[in-house]
Ligand binder design. Structure first.
Ligand code: DHB
Length: 514
């Protein structure tokens, strides 16, 4: 919490205005110095002195704020350009003001991560394009307009390399996000905003990490990784999680994918080989796509993975809100499938009640009362699958997730026994398997029971085919069963994306913060 004395001492501080830096599209802050650099590493005490004062329009309203940018959040960064926070604070909080019922002491801290594709991610700036690269205000300025302090965070990712070593393989990205949270807790007394109200937000890989950050708060499993980075000695627990289409539970995601998409043999997927950090983080560039049809071998793998999913699902002992068991039979049918379908039916009904026309979709049961059912198979066959099996742990080690689980010296590894067993790679195959401890550290599912985070919002659009809808459903159900406050929906017609419903998002963050 921000002390009033400190606030008083700040009034009259001179703003350091932005230098006229040449605009590099991919890195708006390229020429901004790291103000917290010292001779012996980076100083982890928040400095209220180094900021620029900025103004922007958000939905017709002028929002004035201070930008404290490129704060390196560990003393000894490995990749200084990525291990940074951009902190944005409503100007009103330096003038004893309040916004939306919050003040400098009570304002929650909105923590959007920029991670996509498990790639390296620079902390997003306040002027990044909004959802779908539209002119809509982005999540950062929307949060500011609603009185949130924003801590936009970057992190290392799977493709980074320095001095002949990979520097961003798992678990680097979650260690970085936790280190940033530790910085916020350590500086709670001197920074505006309430570090006991940190609300994490992310999409896709970033959604998975948002969930992991909440699930694994203060868990001892991660402890060994902080000392060498010089992370602040403080809590890394957060208050709430917003996760859009989380690409999580990777070691079970191949099975889940085939449970959902088996029988759909045409695919349209992203060309990972042509992906770079900029095209991932700047979502205005559509990634290159590859189209094709599964061959007989791939179809056989799909069948095998699909058949393995019910045993995993049933081992979770899932129950719905009424305590009814959610299970699957050998064919993959049963109450769990019905549950996922009904979540989508409710999404269609909500969309319809918002005044949208669904009469063209013949596989929806649409009556006077709204949408009451849908034909699961027709829904699935309405579009191509996105990934070929195994969707994540590729047999030829070509997926982004294989790349995530590499080491300092091995670029790509397996993370499931299934794919390792089917590998045609030469040499000592055991070396190509990620350690179980590292795989565990990357999966929010492993930490739900001990999670300190009470509030969860999970979204995965009905048109999303980057991972199975089972993955986010399982996450949401497990969280509910652990007594968490969970808001889970599958917005109708929404593809793989995030931040598309900021009014709803911030209504939810308001509701849990007061
Ligand atoms: C993302 C998408 C994927 O399909 C995937 O496998 C991993 C990450 C993403 O958009 O972040």
């Amino acid at each position: 919490m921000f002390s009033r004395t400190l606030l008083a001492s700040l009034v009259g501080t001179t703003a350091i205005m932005a230098q006229a830096a040449p605009m590099d599209k991919s890195d708006a802050l390229a020429n901004t110095p790291y103000f917290n650099q010292t001779d012996s590493g980076f100083d982890l005490t928040f400095s209220p002195k180094h900021y620029r004062t900025l103004e922007t329009q958000v939905n017709g309203k002028t929002v004035k704020f201070r930008a404290f940018e490129k704060i390196v959040y560990v003393q000894h960064p490995v990749e200084v350009d990525y291990q940074t926070l951009n902190i944005y604070v409503p100007e009103a909080y330096f003038e004893n003001g309040s916004i939306n019922g919050f003040n400098a002491n009570t304002a929650p801290i909105f923590l959007p991560n920029s991670v996509g594709g498990y790639m390296p991610a620079k902390a997003a700036t306040y002027d990044k394009k909004g959802f779908g690269s539209s002119d809509k205000p982005n999540a950062i300025v929307t949060a500011l307009s609603k009185g949130y302090v924003v801590a936009s965070v970057g992190a290392r990712g799977r493709t980074l390399e320095k001095d002949g070593k990979y520097t961003g393989k798992a678990p680097a990205v979650i260690i970085d996000l936790k280190s940033a949270v530790r910085y916020l807790h350590a500086n709670d007394a001197v920074m505006p905003g309430d570090a006991n109200k940190i609300i994490s937000n992310g999409t896709s890989a970033g959604g998975a990490l948002s969930a992991l950050l909440g699930a694994s708060g203060d868990h001892a499993d991660y402890e060994a990784y902080f000392a060498s980075l010089g992370a602040a000695k403080a809590s890394d627990s957060i208050f709430a999680v917003s996760a859009y289409c989380p690409i999580t539970n990777l070691e079970h995601a191949d099975m889940a994918y085939e449970w959902e998409f088996n029988g759909i043999n045409d695919y349209r997927r992203m060309d990972m080989s042509r992906l770079n950090a900029n095209s991932y983080n700047d979502r205005s560039q559509a990634p290159a796509m590859i189209e094709g049809t599964l061959n007989a071998e791939e179809i056989a793998i799909s069948n095998e993975l699909k058949a393995a999913f019910p045993a995993y699902l049933n081992s979770l002992n899932l129950k719905d809100a009424k305590g009814q068991a959610l299970t699957l039979d050998k064919e993959g049918n049963g109450s769990f499938k019905e549950y996922v379908k009904q979540v989508m039916v409710r999404a269609a009904d909500k969309y319809h009640k918002q005044g949208n026309d669904l009469s063209g979709i013949k596989w929806l049961t649409l009556g006077k009362g709204g949408v009451s059912d849908m034909d699961w198979n027709s829904y699935l066959h309405a579009e191509k699958r996105m990934k070929s099996p195994p969707a994540f742990d590729a047999l030829n080690l070509s997926s982004g997730e294989n790349n995530l689980f590499g080491t300092e010296t091995i670029n790509n590894r397996y993370f499931t026994a299934f794919s390792l067993a089917k590998s045609q790679e030469k040499g000592d195959k055991a070396k190509l398997m990620a350690e179980p401890e590292v795989i565990k550290l990357m999966n929010a599912m492993n930490y739900i029971e001990t999670s300190p985070t009470q509030h969860w919002r999970v979204r995965a659009g009905t048109r999303d085919r980057d991972t199975s809808h089972a993955i986010s459903a399982i996450l949401a159900i497990k969280l509910s069963m652990a007594g968490k406050n969970v808001d889970y929906e599958t917005p109708w017609g929404v593809p793989h994306s995030g931040d598309y419903d900021l009014e709803e998002l911030f209504n939810w963050t308001d509701s849990i913060s007061r």
